[in-house]
Design a protein around this ligand. Sequence first.
Ligand code: ATP
Ligand code: MG
Length: 462
Amino acid sequence: MKANVLIVDDDAGLRRALADRLAFWGHATSEAADGVCALSEAARQEFDLVLLDLTMPGLCGLDTLRRLKEAGCCAEVVILTAHGTVEAAVEALKLGATDFLTKPADFALLQAVVERALEKRRLQRVNRALAERLAPGDGFVAGDSSAMRQLLDTAARAARSNAVVLVTGESGSGKQVMAEYIHGQSQRARGPFVYVNCVALSDELIESTLFGHEKGAFTGAIARKEGRIDAAAGGTAFLDEVGDITARLQSKLLHFLETNQFERVGGTRTITVDCRIVTATNRDLEAEVREGRFRQDLYFRLNVIRLHVPPLRERPEDIPLLAQVFLDRYAVEMGRTRLKLASRTAEILQRYQWPGNVRQLRNAVERMVVLARADTLTPDLLPPEIFLPAEQLVAGPERSIAAAAGGAGEEDVAPLHDAVRAFRRAHIARALARTGGNQTKAAQLLGLQRTFLNRLIKEYGL
Ligand SMILES: Nc1ncnc2c1ncn2[C@@H]1O[C@H](COP(=O)(O)OP(=O)(O)OP(=O)(O)O)[C@@H](O)[C@H]1O
Ligand SMILES: [Mg+2]
């Protein structure tokens, strides 16, 4: 790939030498003898790389750098200096320079610098493309486990219909990305994707948010206002935390789902809107129905297609892929494209139980990228809770047994063999977490032979 390089130096001989060499490698160059010329050159064309002298008459290198950044120049800036002092270096890095080249320039280093600038520009473009793909409604869902592949397959098939979809799952498991995926895969993908959180608002507010209101419907309703359902016409409305709405709104929603029709708050006119409804909740809707808090008929209507996103701990095969997706995303954002996970870090991520699911993993990766000094992300950069053997991890044995037995309800009791197996797996995971993954120490804690423990670890895929 060809780079466009701006060489800023008051020494004409040096500019020539650099330009000749860069041209020899096939890159395009422009030259500026001082900071002011550099700024006008940068305003005229887009550069991948700026080689910038620090000591120049007039506008100095640091000021030029500052002004370039202010002007939104996103080229990589590498400082050229014969007088490289630590202070100037630190200052230039703070201002966004990425490197130093000392004069006389070492051509091997120069070549590496140009290549890195090009790589960074390429990644910026990839990231922009990804960010566009990630725009709400397009839905990017990473998942490699058979559970996720099956789920995505069902979601894609559901997307082709107009059926109502209910997405369930723990907090942070990816319910919203699943809703966006459905929209993105549907024939409505070019239409709007409208998000409504039903828990953040009061009953009246949700109603007018969803269905709009007529002028004078309540104090403060000074004009007619359309609702989010109107905004979703031709597209998808995603009603998050639908388990939280009250009885009155439940019946209005049911009516809309049956007929595509509603009246605005304070209005009598019937309005018809064609929009697809996807809902999500992390409540146990069956229990809400049993306890009389949620209409059974609405539950049946919402539950036509049910997509349950499993918690991350039940699909640990997805952890490496997700960690990589987030690492790439944040590394590009921070211009740290050479970052990679140490294998010890990857092992710890793999073994952790992720009570906060994918969101917690995303946050952990972001934290590591932000804190990293070197290119390898070592375990000490992980958030401390990951090392706590406490509740968050698997809870105590009782919770593990309850979970293994298939949930809190006494009516679903798992076979003893499955429950014991789940408990053994969780207990070993806890021992490993406590010893930071050291198998010898974990074997001591558990009173097992190391080789036996190793066999169990493999057997349980820990
Ligand atoms: N399979 C996935 N691929 C890529 N990113 C994901 C995936 N699952 C979750 N995420 C990311 O994790 C974060 C949490 O996901 P999301 O908001 O969809 O969770 P949620 O189940 O709706 O959570 P809550 O119940 O708290 O609303 C988001 O940043 C999302 O982009
Ligand atoms: Mg959500």
